[in-house]
Ligand binder design. Sequence first.
Ligand SMILES: *Cc1c(COP(=O)(O)O)cnc(C)c1O
Length: 275
Amino acid sequence: MMTSISCIGEITATVLSETNSDRQDQAHYPQANNIEDFRHNLACVNERITRACRRVDRNPSNVRLLPVSKTFDEASLRLAYTADCRLFGENKVQEASRKWESMTDLTDLNWALIGHLQTNKVKQVARFASEFHALDSLHIAEELDRRLQVEGRYLDVYVQVNTSGEASKYGLPPNEVISFLNSLPSYNSLRVRGLMTLAIFSSDEVRVRSCFAQLRELRDQARQDVHTCIELEELSMGMSSDAEIAIEEGATIVRIGQAIFGARSLPNAYYWPRS
Ligand SMILES: *Cc1c(COP(=O)(O)O)cnc(C)c1O
């Protein structure tokens, strides 16, 4: 049965075949202010995921939604929780840690850190995060492992790859990924789940798609060349503006903020500058 929900920001097959010059700017997501807004937005996002899966014959249950709550306040997060979100992705450690501390009453709530991590923040992350999507340094891996052992905790990690070649993006160059992965098994508290990327910020769908395709090819290659027990199932890729393209290229996790919570005032590029 075809549904008729129309979803802001959705990339449809038709749009893809047109010249969609300001695609990223077209979508203006209204702020979610109450539980109904969150239910509606989550239904839309799930519908977008389902439709994209259908186009490429994938099962929607193989794509996990990671709601990204950065910049939104605790009240918003609690509304999203009531609308059934049990995991939040945050970009900055300080902010994530503050929210975690004030929401420990929600005992089944989990936290994913999706932004670059500095050594002096490792200790905090080891205390509360259950997922880390931006691993790109052995030094950080080692420090995380050490702190996790102290805490008696484990962390699911995703190795970030710079597929766009932009100097402004974190992540390993693709040709360093295999040897990096081969070094990770010595860190017992890190459970390596897969790879993560941010596509180029561009309205050119072909360039966006090639970033995602690259990550998938790298994962497939790594599965053959990494001689260890690393699982490497997952591809964490796609956000509000490009989730459909990511899913068509094999994403198993989409990290989506604005389509759930509403537009942020600052552009995305602000949240991951190389300082
Ligand atoms: C903010 C962020 C997202 C989500 O972006 P939206 O435009 O809010 O969907 C995804 N991944 C990372 C690493 C982010 O920092």
